[in-house]
Design a protein around this ligand. Sequence first.
Ligand code: 4AD
Ligand code: MG
Length: 464
Amino acid sequence: MRRTKIVDLLSGSQIGQDVVVKGWVRTRRNSKQVYFVALNDGSSIKNIQIVVDADKFDDDTLRRITTGACLSVVGLLVESQGGGQSVEVQAKEIEILGDSDNTYPLQKKGHSWEFLRDVAHLRPRTNTFGAVFRIRHQMAYAIHTFFHQKGFFYFHTPLITASDCEGAGQMFQVTTKNLYNLEKDDNGQIKYDDDFFGKQASLTVSGQLEGELGATGLGAIYTFGPTFRAENSNTPRHLAEFWMIEPEVCFYDKQDLMDLEEEFIKFCVQWALDNCKDDLEFLNNMIDKGLIERLQSVVGTEFMRLPYTEGIKILEEAIKGGHKFEFPVYWGCDLASEHERYLVEHHFKKPVILTDYPKEIKAFYMKMNEDNKTVQGTDVLFPQIGEIIGGSVREENYDKLMARITELNIPMKDMWWYLDTRKYGSCPHAGFGLGFERLLLFVTGMQNIRDVIPFPRTPGHADF
Ligand code: 4AD
Ligand code: MG
């Protein structure tokens, strides 16, 4: 007989038939001569109840039905006698596929998040992480669906690169050099010409620059892959390895870009509401009572669109009115998460697309406004999260782009291929980057970014 997944058993269509179910024991309780075993196979947040008549099984089998053990059960699927579940399996045969003894770390409920990170190899077997990782899958599928339906092409950009897209110098180096015996030139500089790539190479912080190359041929592309940042930020919103989605579109202006950002996020959130109902209800009950309401409100609301300069005025007013921020506010400052959240959560009470930032706090590739002071950035700020999307119209004018590159001392010889797009048939274009884990923080209501990726990489942590 073939195994049926628990999610399919729960639909009840096989009632009255013998079924095979396989999964891990979540809990076991005994009443008189009957054992009630909650079995889960990951196909759903819901368990199936296995009813075990102790008279029908030998003591060894009964003893081995412990929390965490893996079982294969043959039995009759019937409508449940007790409350709490619709169907149950009356066991006829039980095979213990894998024993689990009382050292199994997930014995009781209510483990701390820190403890569960220490057992990240087992936490997919908990209700919460099962829900989070099923939603993570659904969101990835939603993202591909959204762009595919809009005619964007999935474009694979390299993970190993020799250019620092964001110019922030927070890259992990990639080398095959013998670190115990590093050769240096006369100026004391490390020689890279004999390294694997013949030059200094790193893990990418963004696929954007290569994404632009794709877009200026294919018209509209998106990337979806891991990115790496060696920033020493120990916050609940930063990872050293995170996944980013980066669409890049030709002939888009700032308005088009903001429309795409808003439509994209709403599509993803609506997808979660439509396709992750059981998991969201679980998270809503257990983690964050306002979760589903917050998701619905984002889908139903028009995002606020506001120039940076206006945002600063609002924050300055707030300070005059007695509001205290940890970090100073002035025109030209890089907004801290507390400032972003003030605008979103206190002032507008909805997502905000903040635009036209001072050029000094943004990357070299952003299109300069007429004022020569601000650039056409379009970041999306979200409740609970702060910045969820960073985007911009790109500077398509060769001379203006060169001026910025020179001003910022970006090594020219690394950028020749990027400049070529502005030399041959340059075109207006725009794009953005969405942090996948930041979207997941919002959609799941989880509080720490380490808990929405299976195996987080943060300063000091690369286990599993
Ligand atoms: O704002 P960022 O740095 O923008 C870029 O990388 C552009 N090249 C994107 C583009 O225009 N194609 O990063 C984009 C997003 C942020 O808004 C944030 O959601 C996420 O990536 N992000 C991080 N997520 C987790 N951990 C980190 N350390 C992150 N750094 C950025
Ligand atoms: Mg940013």
